[in-house]
Design a protein around this ligand. Structure first.
Ligand code: SF4
Length: 179
């Protein structure tokens, strides 16, 4: 029974570094969450903190980036999200037109490697990010419009069976872990 597991036997959870208070967001800020579940998991040494964009080689602060179709006609036939970036039918571009797809993909691959090294089955990633968003991302217009879809890291982790939650789904994550 999970309650009686020793800390070292408890599953680890990959968590977006910005949610843990690290100032790694594009704007140089964090998105620190005050939450007792996070405090408990940290005390239990279950947290693996990770920022895919920094791990992929991007600096902080950096230009905001969004996912955009490479060929506009593609956007009518499939979702333009992290999965599309991994299939090379979309790219990640900054607001000043720099293509940062390679860094985003490298960060996603390194996140997956972390999960595999620690046998991680659950991730808590930051909502709406072009890397970490698990349900919604911005639509590529840089106008704050959201669409359904995952960021690049969330998509790659999901493809490998890792269940991805965001900071508004902490209770659901706790329930899933305790099943
Ligand atoms: S949302 Fe993900 S990629 Fe963006 S700063 Fe947080 S951890 Fe890094």
């Amino acid at each position: 029974m999970r309650l009686f597991k020793k800390c070292e036997d408890m599953e680890k959870i990959l968590i977006s570094a910005c949610l843990l208070g690290q100032p790694v967001r594009y704007d140089g800020k964090s998105l620190k969450q005050q939450n007792t579940l996070l405090d408990t998991w940290t005390k239990q040494n279950r947290v693996v903190s990770f920022c895919p964009e920094v791990a992929g080689g991007l600096s902080t602060p950096r230009e905001a980036a969004e996912i955009i179709a490479i060929d506009v006609s593609t956007s009518h036939s499939q979702a333009i999200d992290g999965t599309a970036v991994l299939k090379a039918v979309a790219h990640v571009k900054t607001s000043n037109e720099q293509d940062v797809s390679a860094e985003f993909i490298k960060g996603a691959q390194l996140a997956l490697k972390q999960c595999q090294q620690h046998n991680i089955q659950f991730a808590l990633l930051s909502a709406r990010s072009p890397s970490c968003g698990n349900e919604k991302i911005y639509d590529g217009s840089f106008k704050g419009q959201l669409i359904d879809g995952q960021g690049v890291t969330a998509a790659l982790l999901s493809q490998h069976g890792i269940k991805v939650f965001n900071q508004f789904q902490l209770e659901a994550l706790a329930e899933a872990i305790d099943k």
